[in-house]
Ligand binder design. Structure first.
Ligand code: FUB
Ligand code: ZN
Length: 650
């Protein structure tokens, strides 16, 4: 099955106003410069990154200028720099910046200098592995880092038209293609951490070189074949590679490499790996036309969103291996829900939408974007969450090992800093998630204030979307240019919507959750209104953690309770089913987003002073509940936080 629509290219959509305009400004004015300092080990009171330092060492070593210093930090630091480069390229596409372009070009010079004569490019590999390159594909991330550098090169090419970085990465891909495959003398390996698959498909799309797509397909199809490459690799190494204990996860499931993808029934293992892999799988399945691969992608996606997705759009239920666990296991207080995993979910969703726009998929993309992803950054853009829990109890974070990963406040930087750089590349490429299109129809998946131009079968179409969404649900669209079909997603959370075309209400067809109208050539104005009453969300009773609980959502934004408003021991709070929920404009957050308020109850201490009580009826004291949007939690000092609270049947 081919893709039914395509994504926009880097300069096709402009986003500089409204809710996301604020975040894009923050990314460009604060996050990108802050992270550049981090990558240069220039942040005080924060762990060093070592990324640029290592790259400079590798470049010097290749030029014969070895200083005797060695590589420092985890083996995948090239990827942090690559993600920063990708984000910076996105900035250049949005607004030219000579100084930034110069910094990027200097890094590209260093990459060129660090690249070995046969195209191999990896600072850890050059400085540490030497002749032992590719010895431990399962853990050592050489192919993963190449994937991220390829993505950066593609973005830089799209932003500037300059080929140098692409050329470097095509030489690197040639080196990889020579080493891996099914020909005699090649290794039948594949990445321990998927990423290269989707990157090769991006490279294929900009260069048109079919070898890149073939290599991606090889990696997808070879994964998990017998004999299992990672088992063979371990035997060859003649030493123990640290495995996950079988009571945590069966061998190789952590890497999605325990059996061929076509035989895998559930989305398992390390969550970021699983979702990068799924993204690459969708691209390869569509390009190759393999219905079996596409069915695999659909099956794995369905399993994820039906049984393994937090209401925040987070994924990954355990810190043991940053991984999925099993169906309906969604613990709130020990959730991992890594920022990168949620971003990877957004990547996978966009690719699924390219295949066939379906509103339920875009709902997931929106959920992840507005909640888990956005909550990962402090409102000033300089601190980040890696883990995004749904319940925080600071005493547990400090004193209980299975909660240590849950931080009550964002951090400046991390020893493993994959998340902050991933977030900025997501923000700088946000335009790619708003629309997908084909020659006849433009599908709008997200309601983001934007201006866009599309080349359609009948000619050029200009589309302007003006909206304060998610502050309210009113969206005005001006279309000009050629005749075309326009399709808008009806969000799953919306109970009522209206559509006015040139001042008249119309009741259009809905297909796969998208309302669609045929627009004649020339100007057309459409007003969409999505009812944004706050609504109660409950969970499938198969999820033990959330039974009898409720949380609040308004539009795409999920809400939570914080110690700053309610005091400690948030688990004592109840929201009665019949208590009206009102907007609270006294607590407006960036983007003019209101808080929510409702009358609720707090369970009092009770009359008996003992841990266990016999036949005591809980005493409920009326309190006002003040909810804040989940994406701003943790901006008022460390403290407790809670998404799901007790529902009180009315
Ligand atoms: O392994 C590279 C990155 O570091 C992963 O994607 C993250 O989950 C973190 O483990
Ligand atoms: Zn991460």
């Amino acid at each position: 099955m081919m893709k039914n629509t395509q994504p926009v290219s880097l300069k096709q959509v402009k986003i500089d106003k409204g809710f996301w305009g604020y975040y894009r400004d923050l990314a460009f004015s604060s996050m990108i410069p802050h992270q550049w300092r981090a990558l240069n080990d220039d942040l005080s009171d924060a762990p060093p990154s070592y990324s640029l330092r290592n790259l400079r060492l590798a470049a010097d070593r290749n030029r014969g200028l070895s200083s005797g210093e060695t590589y420092q930090g985890p083996c995948f630091l090239d990827s942090d720099l690559a993600k920063w480069l990708e984000a910076a390229a996105g900035w250049l596409a949005a607004r030219p910046d000579e100084q930034l372009e110069k910094s990027i070009d200097e890094v590209i010079d260093l990459l060129a200098a660090a690249q070995e004569a046969d195209g191999y490019l990896n600072t850890f590999g050059s400085l540490v592995l030497g002749k032992n390159r590719w010895r431990n594909l399962r853990d050592e991330h050489e192919l993963y880092c190449s994937g991220h550098l390829i993505e950066a090169a593609v973005a830089y090419f799209e932003a500037t038209g300059k080929r140098r970085f692409i050329d470097i990465m095509e030489r690197n891909v040639a080196c990889i293609a020579e080493a891996f495959g099914r020909e005699p003398g090649q290794r039948r390996g594949y990445p321990g951490h998927p990423e290269l698959e989707l990157a090769l498909m991006r490279l294929f799309h900009v260069t048109g070189n079919p070898h890149h797509a073939r290599l991606a397909r090889y990696f997808i199809e070879e994964r998990g074949q017998q004999p299992l490459y990672f088992e063979e690799e371990k035997k060859r190494a003649g030493r123990e590679q640290a495995d996950w204990p079988p009571y945590i996860r069966p061998p190789l499931r952590q890497y999605q490499a325990h059996k061929p993808l076509k035989e895998q029934q559930t989305l398992d293992g390390h969550a970021v790996r699983a979702l990068y892999l799924l993204s690459g799988l969708v691209d390869v399945a569509a390009e190759s036309g393999s219905s079996e691969l596409m069915q695999t992608a659909e099956r794995l996606w369905d399993n994820c969103i039906r049984h393994r997705l937090y209401v925040t759009g987070g994924v990954g239920s355990t810190h043991h291996g940053e991984a999925f666990t099993f169906d309906n296991h969604l613990p709130n207080g020990t959730a991992y829900a890594e920022t990168c995993a949620s971003i990877a979910l957004v990547f996978a969703a966009r690719r699924m939408l390219e295949v066939q726009p379906r509103s339920a998929i875009a709902d997931v993309m929106e959920r992840a974007l507005y909640n888990n992803c956005l909550a990962s950054v402090q409102l000033d853009g300089t601190r980040f969450f890696y883990v995004n829990p749904l319940q925080v109890w600071p005493s547990a974070s400090q004193q209980e090992p299975d909660h240590w990963h849950v931080k009550p406040e964002r951090q400046k930087w991390f020893g493993c800093a994959c998340c902050p750089t991933n977030l900025i590349r997501l923000l700088s490429s946000l335009d790619r998630y708003v629309f997908t299109y084909n020659s006849q129809t433009i599908y709008q998946h997200l309601y983001i204030d934007s201006e866009a131009v599309f080349s359609m079968a009948n000619g050029l179409v200009q589309l302007t979307c003006r909206t304060r969404y998610p502050a309210d649900g009113a969206v005005t669209l001006h279309k000009d240019g050629a005749a075309c079909r326009l399709a808008w997603r009806v969000p799953g959370w919306c109970r009522q919507h209206t559509l006015m075309q040139d001042g008249r209400q119309v009741v259009p067809d809905i297909e796969n959750g998208y309302i669609q109208i045929d627009c004649p050539a020339g100007p057309v104005t459409v007003s969409l209104t999505f009812d944004m009453q706050p609504c109660r969300v409950t969970c499938d009773p198969a999820v033990p953690e959330n039974i009898g609980k409720v949380c609040l959502q308004r539009g795409p934004l999920l809400y939570c309770l914080e110690e700053a408003d309610q005091g400690r021991e948030l688990w004592r709070l109840y929201l009665p089913d019949n208590s009206p929920v009102d907007l609270d404009w006294h607590q407006a957050w960036p983007g003019d987003i209101p808080g929510l308020k409702a009358a609720g109850y707090r369970q009092a201490d009770g009359s008996v002073d003992s841990l266990y009580r016999f036949a005591e009826t809980p005493e409920l004291v009326p309190v006002r509940l003040n909810f804040v949007p989940y994406y701003v939690w943790g901006n008022r000092g460390p403290g407790e936080m809670l998404v799901w609270l007790h529902a009180l049947p009315g």
